[in-house]
Design a binder for this molecule. Structure first.
Ligand code: SF4
Length: 507
């Protein structure tokens, strides 16, 4: 059992003292979608509307919505809010759920007493973990994305309409509008949610432990840089800041601006804080970077031309250049590549893994040795060696016709086996106990386990009736993508031609 699992089990016992459905994430964690005025607690429950009434005077309503207040009351009584079914299903199957994991995390667990034994928090809490989508502006239109999350997708849908597939109209603007998912038609100046956010921000910031900016492409939005500037001017030693970026912004200046901002945040500086007396200097100054840590999340689901096909708008060479430049020019940072694992990710998985390995060999850790930075009259700042290159490989479930389950029984299973063998040959056994790991240059056992899990899910396949429909949809979808985007599926994915032909025959 890992430390993470141990601490989730320990947290479960604490949560059970309040009730068997109590979850700190319902209080202390929020995702905000400021383009359409929606929120959820963690990202599993469906989003719901943020009320506009009273928002201007009480911006905390962005998080403390009537729906969440009702759900917190349910959790205190041991009832299960319907939107949290992701966790209930896992728990009913006898496993540890995200309710336990999330509640056990470093930014959440210290607040257990404060939240558990203080019902005032049910109506008015300032969360420690905040994720925000300021803008759907994006220069990419990834094949599994949607017009409500990308302006480029929206433009395509306005020009050509929905993708008409077997028994489905995919990414239909009318339907997305009806579900309340499309951004509301207003400028940022008129956006009451954005206005409330900035009104709330100074209070929110004091308590923040994790702040993530998503999108759209966050580098295309001025609010992203406003946050980075604010963090520089207002140091917060507990704050982990992150951005999820495609790292191919339409203007290279935006990437350069990001690097400049991060380098400033990393500088060790002398700060004044009336709450921090320094016995060495006899005054209230201390030395530290402005924030605890900065992480970049980069979505990339394959390698080279196949990655470009999946994420229309990507220039893989530019991505690789920007990744290396980011790693060279900053040193307290890390990058996590998110490979949203779908049918089109499989053929070049080995090249993707080789790329990760090459980056790990070049930039494995921030420092070769622990770095001690001394400023006269102050305790030394110690920068520990830390892992810089991470990756995750979550499974794509929708659209269903891009699911890896479609590849059960195909030659792609052997491709996955070969990838697993490659990872085992490059296993990093240096020291698996975080944070003492010394190498960071191979693959970790838990990463191999995740790829094995993906292969197992691929092999589990689909029910015949679902598979029959999705095979037709797959063929229709890639043909229409090629027509609209001027791409060529068969040329780009020679490894999947047999599969494509079988789909075509079944239509
Ligand atoms: S119970 Fe699960 S789904 Fe609900 S807020 Fe907690 S972690 Fe999220």
């Amino acid at each position: 059992m890992t430390d993470y699992s141990d601490s989730a089990q320990e947290t479960k016992r604490k949560l059970d003292v309040i009730s068997p459905s109590f979850c700190l994430a319902k209080w202390n964690m929020v995702s905000l979608h400021l383009t359409n005025g929606k929120t959820h607690s963690c990202y599993h429950p469906p989003t719901h509307d943020i009320p506009t009434e009273g928002l201007a005077d009480n911006p905390g309503l962005l998080h403390n919505t009537p729906q969440k207040i009702e759900e917190r009351a349910m959790m205190r009584k041991g009832e299960r809010p319907k939107g949290c079914s992701y966790c209930w299903r896992i728990e009913d199957a006898g496993h540890t759920s995200d309710r336990h994991y999330r509640s056990s995390e470093w930014w959440n667990s210290p607040d257990f007493e404060k939240i558990a034994f203080n019902t005032d928090m049910d109506t008015s809490i300032t969360p420690a973990y905040v994720e925000v989508n300021f803008n759907q502006a994006c220069n990419f239109k990834c094949v599994y994305c949607s017009p409500h999350l990308s302006t480029t997708w929206q433009e395509e849908a306005e020009k050509y309409g929905a993708y008409i597939l077997k028994d489905a109209a995919h990414n239909h603007l009318g339907a997305l509008t009806e579900y309340g998912l499309m951004p509301k038609k207003m400028s940022q100046k008129e956006n009451p949610y954005l206005e409330a956010f900035w009104k709330w921000w100074p209070d929110l910031y004091k308590n923040l432990k994790i702040f993530r900016m998503t999108g759209g492409e966050p580098l295309m939005d001025q609010n992203t840089f406003k946050v980075l500037d604010y963090a520089y001017a207002n140091p917060n030693a507990d704050l982990e800041l992150s951005i999820t970026s495609n790292l191919c912004p339409p203007k290279q200046e935006l990437f350069d601006k990001l690097i400049t901002s991060i380098k400033k945040l990393e500088e060790i500086q002398i700060w004044e804080d009336p709450d921090k007396f320094n016995p060495n200097s006899g005054n209230y100054s201390y030395v530290a970077p402005a924030i605890k840590h900065f992480s970049l999340f980069v979505s990339c689901d394959s390698y080279g031309k196949q990655a470009e096909y999946i994420r229309t708008g990507m220039d893989f060479e530019k991505l690789d250049r920007n990744v290396r430049e980011f790693l060279k020019k900053t040193d307290g940072t890390n990058i996590t590549f998110i490979n949203t694992f779908n049918i089109l990710s499989v053929p070049k998985l080995k090249q993707f893994l080789q790329w990760i390995l090459d980056l790990r060999r070049e930039f494995g850790s921030e420092l070769q040795e622990q770095k001690i930075i001394t400023v006269e009259g102050h305790p030394s700042v110690i920068r520990k060696k830390r892992q810089r290159i991470w990756f995750d490989i979550p499974i794509l479930h929708t659209p269903s016709w891009l699911s890896i389950k479609m590849l059960a029984g195909t030659e792609m299973e052997a491709v996955m086996e070969e990838c697993l063998e490659f990872m085992r040959e490059n296993l990093d056994t240096s020291d698996n106990v975080w944070p003492a790991a010394l190498c960071f240059e191979g693959f970790r056992q838990y990463e191999i386990d995740k790829v094995q899990r993906d292969l197992d899910i691929m092999r589990s396949g689909k029910a015949k009736n679902e598979l029959d429909i999705d095979m037709v949809r797959f063929y229709q979808y890639v043909d229409e993508l090629d027509r609209r985007r001027g791409t060529n599926f068969k040329e780009t994915f020679p490894e999947l031609i047999n599969f494509y032909e079988r789909c075509k025959c079944s239509s």
